[in-house]
Design a protein around this ligand. Structure first.
Ligand code: UTP
Length: 407
């Protein structure tokens, strides 16, 4: 059977024959490209078994380390964390493969200039924060950057052009995450062009398998890395490889650590650290009943108040143990530019299909133990998610100013 026949058989088996509807119209290169995309589809993401099922077990509160407790032991934690950093045991892993659709910026999010009187790029803020730690500890932290087909080229050239904002280039390594096809609501894969599937990054949950595939997990192990600090591209105030956080997590003997901020209101739309069936886990805001979201302890504080900030420490040894574990697939309704019935590209005004993603929050549960570690919201949490309003460039600018950063 030739390649085309094989692709036809594969598509028939999955009810996706329409993907070759324009094959005859395509040039040689386009045909080759389309066949390659079809051959690379990970069909498992569409199986109902892979899709997120409500995990088993009752949701109960989890104990965490408050700012007061952290302050009381700051020096000890700092010393232990710094020693680990100096010993090359801590690496930073930046998740920069997302498309930032809510922000709507034309380019990878990290390349956005948020300065007012001078250029100040999101990447610059992150690297400045990391450099502060490197200076305090007297060592550079290896920085792994996960990009996707949508962000790779521009991210690499942007950082190179800006001299990595003062970070040593040899400490920075890039790797690519995989792409997943989007479907319509009936599960039919969408085309972005006559010879191209509507592909998008497959979520940040694949960061460790992509790191492994790139040979970098092995390399990190050889270099003595014991911890990965995974963080998002868009929180311009976050502490990266924070030695106090590192030290506390090491001393707690936990499989992972999670930085949290107290929820600002019971209904805040943020994932919350808890236990599920006794195991540390993160519940999405919509999984908490109204009663639970509003439940208060004897001091009047919210019982489920540990909002996650997408800043985690993962113990490498534990990651090795979960190789091959199934990370559930989240199917989210999105606006997906695609070909209409007449074969013309349309940019939908409303959600028209699903994107399939795995999420790094789902890795926390697999670690078995977790230290929730409190961060002060005004000091460490300024995510840029939206064009306006909450978690926007404007709200992040105000918080940067509050923290003494010149804009
Ligand atoms: P978000 O879900 O906030 O970012 O991911 P996004 O997907 O870029 O934004 P929207 O939803 O389209 O507006 C949190 C972090 O995970 C990264 C993002 O770059 C961000 O740092 N991410 C997300 C990836 O690296 N890959 C992905 O496939 C998705």
């Amino acid at each position: 059977m030739d390649r085309l026949q094989q692709a036809k058989a594969l598509l028939k088996a999955h009810g996706q024959e329409h993907l070759l509807a324009y094959f005859e119209e395509l040039g040689e290169g386009e045909r080759e490209g389309l066949l390659k995309e079809i051959e690379s589809i990970d069909w498992s993401i569409f199986s109902p078994e892979a899709r997120v099922q409500p995990p088993e077990g009752d949701i109960t509160p989890i104990e965490g380390m408050s700012t007061a407790e952290i302050e009381a032991q700051r020096e000890t934690f700092f010393a232990v964390g710094c020693e680990a950093i100096r010993g090359g045991k801590v690496a930073a892993l930046l998740l920069a493969g997302g498309q930032g659709t809510r922000l709507g910026y034309n380019g990878p999010k990290g390349t956005m200039d948020i300065g007012l009187t001078r250029p100040l790029y999101i990447y610059e803020c992150l690297i400045n924060n990391l450099l502060e730690v490197c200076n305090a500890c007297g060592a550079y932290v290896p920085l792994y950057i996960m990009t996707s087909d949508k962000t790779d080229r521009e991210t690499r050239s942007f950082l190179k052009e800006h001299g990595y904002f003062g970070y040593p280039a040899e400490k920075v390594r890039f790797f690519l995450q995989d792409m997943a096809p989007a479907t319509d609501f009936e599960g039919k894969i969408l085309l972005e062009g006559k010879g191209r599937l509507a592909l998008s990054p497959n979520g940040n949950g694949g960061c460790f398998s992509s790191l492994r595939r790139a040979g970098l997990m092995e390399e990190a192990a050889k270099e003595g890395v014991e911890w990965f600090n995974v963080f998002a591209v868009d929180n311009v105030l976050q502490r990266i490889a924070d030695p106090v956080f590192v030290g506390a997590t090491i001393l707690a003997g936990a499989g992972c650590g999670a930085k949290f901020v107290r929820k600002c209101e019971p209904e805040e739309r943020v994932g919350v650290l808890c236990r599920r069936g006794g195991v540390p886990d993160i519940v999405e805001y919509y999984e908490l009943s109204k009663e639970m979201a509003n439940e208060r302890d004897e001091q009047g504080g919210l019982v489920y108040s540990f909002g996650v900030t997408l800043n985690y420490l993962f113990r490498r040894e534990m990651l090795e143990k979960i190789v091959g574990a199934v990370i559930p697939v989240h199917r989210a309704k999105k606006k997906v530019p695609c070909l209409n019935a007449a074969g013309e590209l349309v940019k939908p005004e409303a959600e028209n299909g699903y994107k399939y993603e795995t999420l790094v929050v789902d890795v926390v549960r697999l670690m078995g133990s977790c230290l929730p570690f409190e961060a002060v919201r005004e000091r460490e949490f300024a995510p840029i998610k939206n064009a306006e309003g909450k978690d926007s460039v404007q709200s992040a600018r105000e918080l940067l100013k509050f923290n003494g950063v010149t804009l």
